[in-house]
Design a protein around this ligand. Structure first.
Ligand code: 0L1
Ligand code: MG
Length: 268
């Protein structure tokens, strides 16, 4: 078996059993080409089980997060239909290792996007925009990884929910919208869409560039998660998570870890 197939099998098992593994790069020097080849092999395993590609996601789009991780470029991951939660649906916390949640902006692609997208107007590439929530879950122990590790691990993608779509021509400028993340009605993080590459519209060109370089295909009708507008926060065992983007709306998901409501709370 090739090295990417071996890594992909280990990551696949870690995701399916919610059991963390050691970093790949601890055992081997992994380059970016091998990392993306591993991600493609990992997704091929999911497609062989009947999942379908639903889009892509960008990671490390905020300067603060990129600096924190010591990286200088964004990364691309693959979304499948099995990761998609209906707006307001329940995510089974037990299916993940140490999930975190972050508020995002999602784009619905209006056209197939290739490496020239950075030179084309956004209006020719995007049909609609929406608030979104992404659940990330590193398959590596303690959420620790190198850049190659996290690319191989599909940019930590676990699940996502998308709120109501607004046609792009009615959405207005998106470069500095207030974003609020709430858990059980309490604001736990605030930020701005400006944290996403300075303007989330730049996500299309960035995704197109990485897609052309690393063998992804961005199809009309699929989704791009542009990146996080705040830091990612630990996903509670039970609760309601809400991402609000000013004048765009909210995306909502619920979590459940199988415990009875109120379990673990101090008796009053
Ligand atoms: O969606 C993201 O920004 C996550 C990218 C991977 C890094 C991480 O797991 O924090
Ligand atoms: Mg994200």
């Amino acid at each position: 078996m090739s090295v990417d197939a071996v890594f992909a099998a280990a990551l696949d098992t870690a995701q399916r059993t919610a059991a963390p593994i050691s970093q790949l790069s601890a055992a081997d020097a992994v380059g970016l080409d091998t990392a993306y080849a591993t991600q493609h092999a990992l997704i091929a395993r999911r497609l062989a089980r009947g999942e379908r590609v639903a889009g892509v996601k960008l990671g490390f789009t905020s300067r603060a997060k990129a600096q924190q991780m010591g990286v200088h470029d964004v990364i691309l991951g693959t979304l499948t239909d099995a990761m998609r939660l209906d707006d307001g649906a329940v995510f089974d916390r037990r299916s993940a290792i140490h999930p975190r949640v972050e508020p995002e902006v999602a784009y619905l692609l209006a056209a197939d996007v290739d490496g020239t997208a950075g030179d084309r107007p956004l209006s020719s590439l995007v049909a609609a925009v929406a608030p979104a929530l992404e659940i990330i879950d590193s398959r590596y122990r303690d959420f620790r990884f190198s850049l190659a590790d996290v690319i191989a691990d599909n940019a930590s993608a676990a699940a996502y929910a998308i709120g109501p779509w607004t046609p792009l021509n009615r959405a207005g400028a998106l470069d500095n919208r207030a974003v609020r993340l709430e858990i059980d009605g309490r604001t736990v993080a605030t930020g701005s869409t400006a944290a996403i590459l300075g303007d989330p519209g730049r996500a299309i060109g960035a995704a197109a560039r990485l897609a052309a370089r690393h063998g992804f295909t961005l199809r009309a009708g699929t989704v791009l998660l542009a990146g996080a507008a705040t830091a990612a926060l630990p996903l509670p065992g039970r609760g309601v998570v809400d991402a609000a983007v000013a004048r765009l709306g909210r995306a909502i998901l619920r979590t459940d870890d199988g415990t009875a409501p109120g379990a673990g709370e101090a008796a009053s």
